[in-house]
Write a protein that binds this ligand. Sequence first.
Ligand SMILES: NC(=O)c1ccc[n+]([C@@H]2O[C@H](COP(=O)([O-])OP(=O)(O)OC[C@H]3O[C@@H](n4cnc5c(N)ncnc54)[C@H](OP(=O)(O)O)[C@@H]3O)[C@@H](O)[C@H]2O)c1
Length: 228
Amino acid sequence: MEPRPRIAVLGGTGKEGSGLALRWARAGFPVAIGSRDPERARQAVERLRAHVPDAELFGLPNAEAAAWGEVVVLAVPYAGHAALLQSLRETLQGKLVVDVVVPLDPDNPRRYLPPPDGSATAEAQRILGPGTPVVGAFHNISHLHLHDLEDTPDCDVLVVGEDRAAKARVIQLAEAIGFAAYDAGPLHNAPIVEGLTALLIGLNIRYKTRGAGIRITGIPRRAGKQVP
Ligand SMILES: NC(=O)c1ccc[n+]([C@@H]2O[C@H](COP(=O)([O-])OP(=O)(O)OC[C@H]3O[C@@H](n4cnc5c(N)ncnc54)[C@H](OP(=O)(O)O)[C@@H]3O)[C@@H](O)[C@H]2O)c1
């Protein structure tokens, strides 16, 4: 993908967001870690920089990161999802928004609790409106795989949303950090993809594992050919 877009990861101080930021920074993308607290963002960057000393990586308050990014990734707990989107609605207009958020039952993370819109991704698309494509992706990738740079993750990325061109861009972003990624259809399918995360958490608990994932079979795995 040339030129590499600027990627802002909101909630990038957390487990999943910092893992994605690390992978994209290592792949040569300019990356901003967004946080509610600039000092936390700075500390997160310092931690990641130890692994990617030459990366173009810096920390910003969420709103500034969102304004800077061409691609904006949402990696906050579902409790903060709608409020963050509402506060950044204007800033995000026309950008590519990637939603990683999974609404899990706070009392039981093995349970998916779909919001009234049907999924977090659909909620984001409603709040941001049709001028801002929202693509759901990376829900099923455990942060553990992202942080271990020696690890080649044995998991695939399912990409959902209404905008085919936006999904194709996100598939390229996933492939750039080593994943096979697939267009998993429209927003209608987002509850399935998000819900799989709760199922994987349940598997991890039951089998005493930590990084369960999914893999698509029956479709040739040709790099860059996952877009139908
Ligand atoms: N962890 C995983 O393996 C994994 C895998 C797939 C998907 N996900 C999804 O990715 C999202 C992030 O997961 P995570 O494990 O990285 O979460 P996390 O570490 O608990 O939180 C991520 C960051 O979100 C910010 N945050 C916390 N509460 C917030 C609020 N109410 N409003 C705005 N920002 C808030 C915090 O950053 P600041 O305090 O710096 O602002 C925090 O560092 C979740 O929706 C999760 O379901 C996680």
